[in-house]
Design a protein around this ligand. Structure first.
Ligand SMILES: [Zn+2]
Length: 484
């Protein structure tokens, strides 16, 4: 159905389009000159026409010209998001604007700022944050055009850039920090830093690739490090002279692929060892240093979601053990992903089946400080409670933490979270994962899947148990810190 109101709207749109066609011609005649520093320009800001003195812009030391004059408002320098962030690739920022809800998005590496025109708050990495002054959609009478403006210091700081104001030159200077450490290899802080004097692989950056323009993934399951870069640099990175490898007995290969808009560089150490990586970058190079995990990380944990794939574990009352254990471990992972003090290796993060020997081998290969396997119990319909299994003749962690003490710690946290009957600690020296894992190891049995009420309670509290286990692990490291 088309009503009269809609027809009127359509006519208005048509006349607007005609008007626009004429305006565009006009703009082309006037568009020759960019804004000049120190000159006053008539702008409509927050609905009010006013004259503003144009400020200068510098990016990495170079003067940047813009059709949208920068200006000061509420003691904050405001800049065109497009002319500062989109036009200067060396800053490594991607800028997008959605006219639909007037949303501004700025991204640099893992950092993200979302702002809304004329709103006093925005989001920095998902966290609601008050702005010094709102981002604005400002009309330039000279250009007959709207531009999107963002506060300079606030945006630069939260994107990991430096910003300084020079009152003598009346310019704002945006800079890429000279060295930044990419810490996305699983998130954890490294004990050593890769640098020009400490690297296994050095990759020369192509011109225009700013800092923070890549992400790295420690794909330990496939024994490789993956570096992901937006754009097609396949030929560049595969060209000899653009990368340097210090081959040692652990080095296997360096390769480059391109797929769906991204270039991937793979660094593969030998398959029989798991190596950990420290990655850093300067404006010219990416440095990758690999070594054994204990040399790279302070605190290493292996988490094992019981069963998986063809092995469903126990089933009962419509629930499946392998699904529940995975959800618990992934809930813990969501907390570890935000805590860079820990490096956690997972025997599985999806519905796969690693063998029992692969599970303990992972812990042994990385020299884990802790190993925890998560399970759900099963017996009769009336069986109830939380219990934790340990091996009285099991190994200790390198810091001296015994499997029993470690199990007792985790048991305390899990039983407080379930509030089920306390079945206590049970000595099970014969269990493969407790017998073959050469560190403090434990196996938690959250509750009984065979008990209808308990199964239902567990299923709606899996993330609660994941968080309890996360807290138990953190707490155990404050009582038993790694000695290295
Ligand atoms: Zn099980």
């Amino acid at each position: 159905m088309i009503n009269r109101k809609k027809i009127t709207k359509l006519l208005t749109t048509i006349s607007l389009l005609i008007a626009l066609a004429f305006t565009t011609t006009n703009v082309q005649v006037q568009a020759a000159s960019k804004a000049v520093k120190g000159t006053n320009y008539k702008l409509k800001i927050a609905g009010k026409a006013q004259y503003k003195k144009c400020l200068g812009i510098k990016v990495n030391g170079k003067t940047v010209s813009s059709y949208a004059p920068s200006f000061s408002r509420s003691s904050t320098s405001m800049y065109s998001a497009y002319y500062v962030y989109s036009k200067n690739k060396t800053l490594g920022v991607t800028y997008s604007y959605s006219s639909k809800n007037k949303t501004i998005t700025l991204k640099r590496g893992s950092k993200k700022i979302t702002m809304y025109c004329e709103k006093t708050y925005g989001y920095v990495n998902g966290k609601k944050t008050k702005l010094p002054t709102p981002a604005r959609r400002v009309y330039s009478y000279k250009m007959k055009k709207y531009y999107i403006y963002v506060p300079g210091y606030f945006t630069a700081k939260n994107l990991g850039l430096t910003y300084s104001w020079s009152s003598s030159s009346q310019s704002g200077d945006f800079k890429t920090p000279s060295t930044s450490t990419a810490s996305s290899t699983g998130g954890a802080n490294t004990r050593v830093k890769a640098s020009s004097s400490k690297y296994s692989v050095r990759i020369k950056k192509p011109s225009g690739l700013g800092n923070g323009a890549f992400t790295t993934t420690d794909d330990y399951g496939n024994r490789r490090l993956r570096i992901k870069i937006k754009g097609n640099y396949k030929n560049y990175f595969a060209t000899k002279g653009n990368y340097t490898i210090k081959t040692d007995k652990y080095f296997r290969s360096y390769s480059v692929t391109y797929s769906s808009g991204y270039t991937y560089i793979y660094i593969r150490p030998r398959k029989d060892v798991i190596k950990a990586y420290a990655v850093s970058e300067t404006s010219s190079y990416i440095y990758i240093y690999y070594d054994s995990p204990t040399k790279i990380y302070n605190r290493i944990v292996v988490m094992d979601a019981g069963h998986g794939g063809s092995d469903s574990g126990a089933t009962g009352n419509g629930y499946v053990e392998k699904t529940m254990t995975l959800k618990i471990v992934l809930a813990a992972k969501s907390y570890f992903d935000k805590n860079s003090n820990y490096k956690v290796y997972y025997t599985r993060t999806s519905d796969t089946y690693p063998s029992l020997s692969e599970r303990s081998a992972l812990a042994n290969n990385v020299n884990a400080d802790r190993f925890i396997s998560v399970h759900i119990n099963s017996a009769s319909a009336s069986a109830t409670g939380t219990e934790t299994l340990y091996n009285s003749s099991g190994y200790k962690s390198s810091s001296g933490l015994k499997s029993y003490t470690w199990s007792n710690k985790i048991h305390g946290y899990v039983k407080s979270a379930t509030k089920f009957k306390n079945r206590g600690l049970v000595n099970r020296p014969g269990l493969a994962v407790l017998r073959n894992t050469k560190t403090a190891s434990t196996l938690t049995e959250i509750g009984f899947i065979s008990n209808k009420t308990q199964a239902k309670t567990m299923n709606s509290n899996l993330t609660v148990y994941g968080k309890a286990i996360y807290n138990g692990i953190i707490n155990s490291f404050s009582s038993y810190p790694s000695k290295r």
